[in-house]
Design a protein. Structure first.
Length: 398
């Protein structure tokens, strides 16, 4: 990985700019960072990634210097988005406003002036929306919206069907995953690298990267009652508060001790890792509990059963989004398995603790067909083209 200052003169007329406001620590920046890397690596597009919070970004890119205005990693020019740095903004071929983050007025004014003086040089302006499986996404994807300034902005919706913007997935990702999973020594070596030396090949291993929920506690108790040794691997994040509550200790104590044991259940607190390491963690577990958009999608590419702990929204709108995804994910699943997996996800997201245990127990008995479905799902979800390739094609045809 290259670490170097980004020169003030690196931009060209064909470069792309991606603007990201870091929300909820890792979700938005996780998505834009993956997209930026893929566009550079697979399409040789020069990318300027403007990020307002480099300290949070550094959790998934440890080599990043939060105090530097410009630097480069994986070929991407990373720029701290501030009043000082934005003065040097030079429009390129495409401007991506990630997740409605709102461009600063100085850039909007610059684009308006450019439209008046040299219209062909105005960059294509896209608002990259959040991923959704809802039916209405197809009808709204790639629609233009005329702004009050006279500028035109397109709304780009990632999605699971051919009529949407697709999903972020690097060209060789699934091949790398298969190669990793075919050799059990890979996951054991990863666990050792993470400082975990007591996982046997036959043990049950689950990763946990969720929001706070009491559902975590009832699952821990459920695993305690089983005879098989279980390991819960927990990257540092919001789920630690729920574990600490269940264990009657502090989050600080959890992080300091790093390993707790309750009978045959081992809870391991992991340090934050880069995206490369997190992918391999998901590949190495039997089951993954994930949150947000980035880890949600990477859990699907891992080809393992999972729970999606979706971010709560007003009027329980998040449950509508969850049900929309469940509908398409379960399309080719046997009805009895689909129902149990769907009800498990809904119960986990609604803190219905009795049903969490009930449906998890049913999933335990149907793990192998659920695993087989999880392996096949990525091919169906990609629909022949990923987000980056569809985005490049959209820009070319616009």
């Amino acid at each position: 990985m290259v670490n170097s200052p980004a020169s003030d003169n690196t931009t060209t007329a064909n470069h792309w700019d991606i603007f990201c406001v870091v929300v909820d620590n890792y979700g938005d920046i996780g998505v834009t960072w993956r997209l930026a890397k893929q566009l550079v690596d697979e399409y040789q597009i020069e990318i300027n990634l403007w990020v307002d919070d480099l300290h949070s970004f550094a959790h998934i890119l440890p080599q990043l210097d939060p105090n530097r205005i410009k630097q480069q990693f994986s070929g991407v020019n990373i720029i701290h988005w501030s009043k000082r740095s934005i003065i040097d903004f030079t429009p390129g071929a495409l401007l991506i406003e990630a997740f409605a983050c709102e461009l600063p007025s100085i850039i909007i004014n610059q684009l308006v002036a450019l439209k008046q003086s040299n219209p062909p040089q105005v960059p294509l302006w896209i608002n990259l929306e959040y991923l959704s499986a809802e039916d209405w996404v197809e009808g709204c994807h790639a629609l233009p919206s005329l702004q009050s300034t006279g500028l035109k902005k397109y709304f780009y919706f990632p999605g699971f069907t051919p009529k949407t913007g697709g999903l972020i997935c690097e060209a060789n990702l699934l091949q790398q995953r298969d190669s990793w999973q075919q050799n059990p020594q890979h996951k054991l070596a990863l666990f050792t690298q993470l400082g975990i030396n007591n996982i046997a090949a036959e043990d049950y291993v689950m990763s946990l990267f969720s929001y706070e929920t009491d559902s975590i506690g009832v699952l821990i108790d459920y695993f305690v009652q089983k005879t098989k040794t279980s390991h819960i691997l927990v990257p540092q994040g919001k789920s630690l508060a729920s574990i600490a509550k269940h264990l009657s200790c502090s989050v600080e104590e959890l992080i300091k001790q790093r390993h707790f044991q309750l009978d045959n259940v081992h809870i391991h607190v992991l340090p934050m890792t880069d995206q490369h390491g997190y992918d391999r963690l998901l590949w190495s577990c039997d089951f993954n509990i994930v949150r947000g958009e980035d880890s949600f999608l990477r859990a699907q590419w891992a080809g393992k059963p999972f729970i999606w702990h979706i971010y709560p929204q007003e009027d329980d709108y998040h449950l509508i989004k969850l049900r929309a995804f469940i509908k398409i994910y379960c399309d080719n699943l046997a009805p009895e398995i689909a129902n149990e997996w769907a009800e498990l996800n809904l119960a986990f997201n609604q803190d219905d603790l009795t049903k969490v245990v009930e449906h998890w127990q049913s999933i335990d008995f149907q793990y192998l067909p659920l695993l087989e479905h999880a392996k096949k799902w990525p091919i169906d979800a990609l629909n022949g083209a990923d987000l980056a390739s569809r985005l490049v094609r959209f820009v070319k045809n616009s």
